[in-house]
Design a binder for this molecule. Structure first.
Ligand SMILES: [Zn+2]
Length: 498
């Protein structure tokens, strides 16, 4: 079984450009309208005086391999840069630096961008550049050659106090956690199978003191998780229900945040077989990116020792067409006792999540967030820049909204009203898993889930359109974004007892 290596560059803060190591590559960031600082200006040869980077044009670069190696990189108009773009342009710059062989760098942050979220996300992107997994090649990279494909150390130079040491520790905890989620999302379905994910997660988790409980197919059956069982029954690959806990020592006074991730390790649609383009089907190995998000998040939360109790819960199974597959029209009893008519076997994510959400309610969660590549409708509605955000409590919804923006993974609120829920009424069973027609599919998926969270403050994040990277970072070897690891971390931090 391959292991996902744990990596984070060494991160250091320098308050003054006088205090930095001059032997490393100096990277000067420029925004439009900001005069390039003298140290950088002096490095530009006469032939480069008209270079667009000197005007701060976004994505432009000037690489100087002189005695003092340096890079000047344009970030565009400062007020237009969002945390999301900062992460993407940071990764873009990281890819450039790696290609140039500059693995130890000092980043001179421009005074025109005084925002901690933007600075943090930029460093995050830099640190994630080059994330890759080569264990499945006939000649995998050795540890030392792998080192040449990642930034090894970053000195962050900002003269005003944009970031504290603690902010850098946070980024250092997030980089390996996001890298873990990214690789997990990209791996083939036979490796990132339900048991494969358990194995890949276990080593990192035990290293962080995270407690793990795994339910196998027998336990899932004896607990009567009927919906998870129904989705899994068509496949010879057995399901798993993984529960990971951290922060028990903070006791009853700390709230308990449950993070639920959809773990469909491959989605054929089941009997409602998917018949689209082959590329769409190939991408269905990423139907477990919600699972990857919650597992990555709990790694970062445990690493940072946030004073909060967090439980990551993930139901995992492929959704395969087989002789034992659940059939449209079958009525199944959920873990909660509700009965569900499965009208469409391709709306399976909501089914396995329903049983996981009920598990959280049964165990008295104070807050629940689920992350899922749930609906094509959400992708149609919001494209690839915003994830869908649904909630049953305004206050909690606003917190998740704000933190997703800070984390560079902005979510956008979509409606969850009683009317959507009414479409799920059924004459034979308590509920069906489909609305009356295609319209409003993202809200109907969320309305289905709402039946299983009782009164617990809950948010549902639909990442169907956002689980891959945005374009400036697209030169990266791995396209899966590790979406929502950072957001879940931020929410846990806000809810923790400080
Ligand atoms: Zn499906």
């Amino acid at each position: 079984m391959p292991q996902i290596s744990n990596f984070s560059p060494e991160l250091k803060l320098a308050r003054s450009s006088k205090k930095i190591d001059r032997s490393v590559a100096q990277v000067f960031l420029v925004t439009e309208g900001l005069k390039l600082e003298k140290a950088a200006r002096n490095r530009v040869p006469r032939s480069g005086e008209d270079h667009p980077v000197l005007k701060g044009k976004r994505g432009s670069k000037l690489v100087l391999h002189a005695k003092d190696a340096s890079v000047i990189y344009g970030l565009g108009k400062a007020p237009e840069l969002t945390p999301q773009e900062a992460a993407e342009w940071g990764e873009n710059l990281g890819n450039i630096l790696i290609a140039e062989g500059f693995l130890d760098v000092a980043i001179h942050w421009p005074i025109s961008i005084p925002h901690p979220a933007i600075a943090q996300n930029f460093i995050k992107g830099l640190g994630l550049a080059g994330v890759n997994f080569t264990d499945l090649k006939s000649a995998p990279s050795s540890a030392s050659s792998e080192k040449r494909t990642r930034i090894q150390s970053i000195q962050f130079v900002c003269e005003d106090e944009i970031l504290e040491e603690g902010d850098l520790f946070e980024v250092a905890a997030l980089i390996p956690a996001i890298a873990f989620a990214r690789i997990l999302g990209e791996l083939p379905p036979a490796v990132a199978s339900p048991q494969g994910i358990v194995d890949l997660f276990t080593e990192s988790a035990t290293h962080h003191g995270i407690e793990i409980e795994v339910w196998n197919e027998k336990k899932i059956a004896s607990e009567k998780m009927g919906l998870l069982q129904a989705v899994s029954q068509g496949s010879a690959i057995p399901p798993r229900f993984l529960i990971a806990r951290t922060g028990k020592k903070y006791g009853e006074s700390a709230p308990t945040l449950y993070l639920v991730g959809k773990g469909i390790t491959f989605d054929t649609g089941g009997v409602n077989l998917k018949t689209g383009d082959w590329r769409d089907l190939l991408s269905m190995r990423k139907d477990m990116c919600g699972c990857a998000a919650v597992l990555g998040a709990i790694l970062a939360i445990a690493e940072s020792k946030l004073p909060i109790r967090v439980v990551a819960v993930t139901p995992m199974t492929p959704n395969i067409l087989g002789s034992k597959s659940v059939i449209p029209g079958d009525i199944v009893t959920a873990y909660s006792g509700k009965t569900v008519e499965i009208q469409n076997t391709d709306a399976e994510g909501r089914l396995i999540l329903a049983d996981a959400l009920h598990y959280c309610v049964k165990n008295k969660a104070d807050y629940i967030i689920d992350v899922a590549t749930l609906t094509g409708a959400c992708q149609i509605a919001l494209g690839s820049y915003h994830s869908g955000l649904f909630t049953n409590q305004d206050r909690f919804g606003k917190l998740v909204f704000r933190e997703s923006d800070f984390a560079g993974e902005p979510a956008w609120p979509l409606p969850l009203s009683r009317r959507y829920g009414e479409e799920l009424k059924n004459s034979l069973a308590d509920l069906t898993n489909m609305g009356k027609n295609r319209a409003g599919g993202a809200s109907i998926g969320a309305a289905f889930l709402q039946n299983f969270v009782a009164e617990t403050p809950w948010c549902h994040l639909d990442i169907a359109g956002t689980h891959d990277l945005g374009s400036p970072a697209s030169a990266s070897p791995i396209q899966t974004a590790g979406r929502m690891v950072h957001t879940l971390y931020r929410v846990a931090k806000e809810l923790s007892v400080r």
